[in-house]
Unconditional design. Structure first.
Length: 68
């Protein structure tokens, strides 16, 4: 996965996050999109996130993963 330091993360537009209002789950490239899906699944399993939130993250990450 590409390195995403604090400064680079701050510069990302809201559109590059699966949860833009929280600026959570960056999905600017395929490795980060895969990681966002995995972390969302873990959060649901641990009871920290609803299935609806996971689906939203999955949709945004899937859009990045389907790009060539």
């Amino acid at each position: 996965m590409g390195e995403l330091n604090t400064e680079a993360r701050k510069k990302l537009p809201k559109s590059k996050f699966a949860e833009p209002d929280k600026r959570a789950y960056p999905v600017e490239d395929k490795p980060h999109a895969r990681n966002a899906k995995a972390r969302a699944a873990q959060a649901v399993k641990a009871g920290r996130m609803s299935k609806a939130e996971e689906k939203q993250i999955d949709r945004k990450a899937d859009a990045v993963l389907k790009k060539s």
